[in-house]
Write a protein that binds this ligand. Structure first.
Ligand code: SF4
Length: 349
């Protein structure tokens, strides 16, 4: 990472000034709005985030409101966005900001970086966009753009490469418009210098400065280290009814989807008879058992391959919480992994 020309700075700023996507968090880029949007956008597409962002800002318009919110409120607002440690860290950080900084995010890169859930990228985005501090915000999009501009075949997942890229862009930051340069780079990665071998070089404002383009390598960059294959877990998910109520339970405090509500499930793909036997063995009085459509959910490192059963019970077993379908929808955040099995009760809500 050394060949990215400083001439990209005016070219990108001009291009950004000529027009960019109209995103809700770009209107009134307060530190709180920039922070929340950047946390939501980690691992999540812009289009998926828009609605969540608007609902969040209506319910929790500032840091004090977030710090004062109870878990059910912020988890419900996050329901379906996934990676739930992000929202827990947002809440922890908001509490810390109220305790240490009087409810305002600090205009200081190192202090931002020290908050729960805030990494170098997010600290850089908030510091530069909201406070005008000249620090870079380098995420996967920017690493991809940088690798192509520089025709660099180092894997962009390499920690040394990330560090060098960050240092290089830090030296390029214009004192007067660091936030706009970071946003222009993000915009270029999201709309022109696209991933998966499909950059739109004909539309690129820095094509004349791009080594990969001139060497015909744009679609073969960036290089990524080979990913480990995901582990497959087979599960049997149970949509449990007792009268009009639906049974849910808390997941363990550690591990995947830690502490979240879930539909109960059993290990493996069990047949109807095996499921009935397993439930009877744990004292459940199964009155009805019907098969549901199978479903698959992909997490970062694991895939759940799920079959499911609709179960009617005579009594509510211990260790579960029973709620109405409307209550489940309104008040409980259930990970989207279970969504496929809820369609059966959707008409009741
Ligand atoms: Fe990306 Fe193509 Fe622009 Fe190079 S010319 S930065 S590969 S879009």
């Amino acid at each position: 990472m050394s060949g990215v020309s400083p001439a990209i700075v005016p070219a990108l700023l001009d291009w950004y000034d000529q027009g960019h996507r109209d995103l809700p968090w770009r209107a009134q880029p307060t530190p709180y709005r920039v922070w929340v949007s950047e946390i939501m956008l980690q691992q999540t597409r812009v289009e998926a985030v828009r609605g969540y962002f608007d609902r969040w800002m209506q319910a929790l318009p500032d840091i004090r409101a977030l710090a004062a919110a109870n878990e059910a409120t912020y988890m419900k607002l996050w329901e379906g966005l996934g990676y739930y440690s992000r929202v827990r860290n947002l809440h922890r950080a908001a509490t810390e900001v109220c305790e240490k900084y009087g409810g305002e995010l600090p205009a200081d890169y190192a202090k931002l970086l020290a908050l729960p859930g805030v990494g170098e990228y997010t600290a850089g985005a908030v510091a530069s966009i909201a406070f005008g501090i000249p620090v870079p915000a380098v995420d996967g999009n920017v690493l991809r753009v940088a690798a192509r501009l520089d025709n660099d075949y180092t894997p962009i997942t390499d920690a040394g490469y990330k560090k060098r890229t960050r240092e290089h862009f830090a030296a390029l930051m214009p004192a007067d418009r660091p936030g706009d340069l970071n946003q222009a780079l993000m915009e270029l990665g999201a709309t022109v210098c696209l991933p998966n071998g499909a950059p739109l070089c004909g539309d690129c404002p820095v094509q004349h400065l791009c080594l990969a383009y001139h060497r015909g390598n744009a679609s073969t960059l960036p290089v990524r280290a080979a990913k480990k294959a995901r582990r497959i877990e087979n599960r049997t998910v149970l949509l449990v009814r007792c009268g009009a109520m639906v049974g849910i339970r808390r997941r363990p405090a550690r591990g995947l989807l830690a502490g979240l509500w879930e539909l109960p499930s059993l290990d493996g793909h069990l047949s109807p008879d095996e499921t009935r036997t397993a439930l009877t063995a744990q004292g459940w009085q199964v009155q009805k058992l019907l098969s549901l459509c199978p479903a698959k959910h992909i997490f970062t490192h694991v895939e759940w391959h799920m079959n499911g059963y609709y179960i009617e019970l005579a009594d509510q077993p211990a260790g579960m919480t029973f709620v109405t379908p409307a209550g489940l929808r309104a008040e409980y955040a259930l990970p989207s992994a279970f969504r496929a099995f809820l369609s059966v009760i959707e008409e009741e809500t």
